[in-house]
Design a binder for this molecule. Structure first.
Ligand code: NDP
Ligand SMILES: O=C1O[C@H](COP(=O)(O)O)[C@@H](O)[C@H](O)[C@H]1O
Length: 509
């Protein structure tokens, strides 16, 4: 959320350089930054892994990723050839102490080549259990004491629970200063997510009604059609609550619920978000069944293809209790939000890929129109579509043309594609540029991560102590288990979905 400048000279080490995330997301993001002229004038990218790649083979591996996953492919204009010369590969085992000296040597060599001391960034694109090991071997290197230039980026999941997240924070902080630690939540890099702050705090229109006096309830849906995508090992130990709610969904909730920041200083924004997390009501184990619902998908059909149930996926225990769907009704106990429910849900193998936030306003206090005009009368609603649709729509009532008074809901829509075209930077582009510039606003501070774990732990623990009896309990191509419908229907409300096409009518009253 700040103006970017071209970052200073940088050496970026990617632990897990040979892995999936680097091929699918990180390298394409760096390539796009390069095309757009945002990479530093002097930089070097060093991929790290045990696989025996030569530099050339490693570049080819990344090239395949660019051709498959990047928003811009190689269009043979020489950009890829130039960019790829900045990439090298270091074969090393994270457990081997001696190999870390090679890193220090590369930095020294780059310092001479660049004629200045570069930023040194260590990106942890590896399984979580390797992070403490790598961090504690990097920590003693002299370069890591440079709090201005050296940074460590840690991928999600940040810990497996509150205790392990706390321990990881302690360990990282024993090696690095907090200002050097960048905990990624890639949702925060999405354009539509950053725009929530612009919508709320750059307009005078919304903020006066953004509270319990005018808002009936808020919904956040992050629905996915994909299943495990070869990440069965990780997912089996995670589940939907840990994988999506603890991080992405709670961050979206914070953006919607936070107080107005005084400035866009990283700590100011993060303070305001942590206030929300601290105010989120923590349920005790007995309350969990009332406020939270879990689900797991069965065998079925999705988008014309037969898909296996979760328990029949590769590397998954055939009696697995892991949740692939989670819905929770949250409350924020503060002056702005007292008694306003925040319904959130997320799941895999659902009907469509769609992340939306809906702010449903209260009914107008008095209805002066003839009763027959009220047949299709609906409350105002602001819908923020994060992805794949990217728009913001405000629903209000209009008089249908004709000689009778008939009101019906219509949408006023701001569509990103129409307004700005459709070549938005990917989340990882924004986040990597922020790291190179040393701007931590869109990254999680240690207290934020732990505060988010404190919110989900009681739910997670209650679920773990009471294994599910009804799994699998939803079919692919559905919107999740029936209990999730009941969770919101009990309050006289329903889940809101948006049509895939821009023309359609929203569901839900
Ligand atoms: N993939 C994704 O879409 C997402 C991933 N993440 C997170 O990013 C991280 C990486 O995920 P992903 O890329 O999918 O994982 P992969 O399993 O694809 O890659 C793991 C990487 O770690 C390297 N590695 C493993 N053991 C060692 C070791 N002892 N020494 C050196 N390198 C080692 C592997 O290299 P080699 O085999 O060559 O040794 C490989 O490059 C995880 O924390 C994941 O949760 C987060 C969001 C999305
Ligand atoms: O972090 C994760 O996010 C993805 C969803 O990300 P999106 O940008 O495609 O919405 C999810 O599939 C994955 O399980 C999770 O680890």
């Amino acid at each position: 959320m700040t103006n970017h400048t071209c970052p200073p000279a940088t050496v970026l080490f990617i632990f897990g350089g040979s892995g999936d995330l680097n091929q699918r997301k990180l390298s394409p993001a760096l390539y796009n930054l390069f095309i757009d002229g945002w990479m530093p004038e002097k930089f070097s990218i060093v991929g790290i892994g045990r696989t025996a790649y030569t530099d050339e083979k490693f570049r080819k591996h990344l090239y395949d990723g660019i051709q498959q996953f990047s928003r811009r492919k190689d269009d043979k204009n020489g950009k890829w050839e130039t960019f790829s010369k900045y990439i090298t590969y270091l074969q090393m085992d994270a457990g081997n102490d001696a190999d870390y000296q090679k890193i220090a040597e590369i930095v020294k060599q780059k310092e001479q080549e660049f004629g200045e001391h570069p930023n040194v960034i260590f990106y942890m694109s590896v399984a979580p259990h390797l992070v403490p090991q790598i961090a504690s071997k990097l920590g003693p290197l002299n370069i890591c004491h440079d709090t201005k230039c050296t940074r460590i980026v840690v991928e999600k999941p940040f810990g497996h629970d509150l205790k392990s997240a706390h321990e990881l924070n302690e360990l990282l902080r024993s090696m690095f200063d907090e200002t050097q630690i960048y905990r990624i939540d890639h949702y925060l890099g999405k354009e539509t997510v950053q725009n929530i702050l612009a919508l709320r705090f750059a307009n005078a229109l919304f903020e006066p009604i953004w509270n319990r006096n005018y808002i009936d309830h808020i919904q956040i849906t992050a629905a996915e059609t994909v299943g495990l995508e070869n990440r069965g090992d990780y997912y089996e130990r995670s589940g939907a609550l840990r994988d999506m709610v603890q991080n992405h969904i709670l961050q979206l909730l914070c953006m919607v619920a936070m107080e107005a920041p005084v400035s866009f200083d990283a700590n100011e924004i993060r303070n305001k978000k942590v206030d929300v997390l601290n105010a989120l009501r923590k349920y005790n184990k007995e309350e969990v069944h009332k406020y939270a619902v879990r689900g797991q998908y069965s065998d079925g059909w999705l988008q014309g293809k037969k898909v296996p149930g979760y328990r029949n996926e590769d590397k998954i225990n055939p009696t697995s209790p892991t949740d692939t769907f989670a819905a929770v009704k949250f409350y924020i106990d503060n002056w702005r939000w007292q008694d306003v429910p925040f319904y959130v849900r997320t799941g895999k193998r659902l009907h469509e890929k769609s992340t939306i936030i809906t702010i449903q306003f209260k009914q107008a206090p008095h209805f002066a129109f003839p009763p027959e005009a009220a047949l299709t009368w609906r409350p105002n609603r602001l819908t923020i579509s994060i992805q794949p649709q990217m728009d913001i729509r405000l629903r209000f009532q209009a008089k249908r043309p004709g000689q009778t008074v008939s009101l019906n809901p219509v949408d006023m829509t701001f569509n990103y594609k129409d307004a700005y075209g459709d070549n938005d930077p990917e989340a990882y582009e924004t986040l990597l540029l922020d790291v190179m510039e040393g701007n931590a606003t869109l990254f999680m501070r240690s207290d934020q991560v732990e505060a988010a774990w404190k919110v989900v732990m009681p739910i997670q623990e209650a679920w773990e102590t009471r294994p599910p009896v009804d799994f699998p309990n939803y079919a692919p191509d559905s919107w999740g288990p029936e209990d999730a419908e009941a969770l919101i229907a009990r309050d006289g409300r329903n889940w809101i979905t948006l049509p895939q096409s821009h023309q359609g009518v929203q569901t839900g009253s």
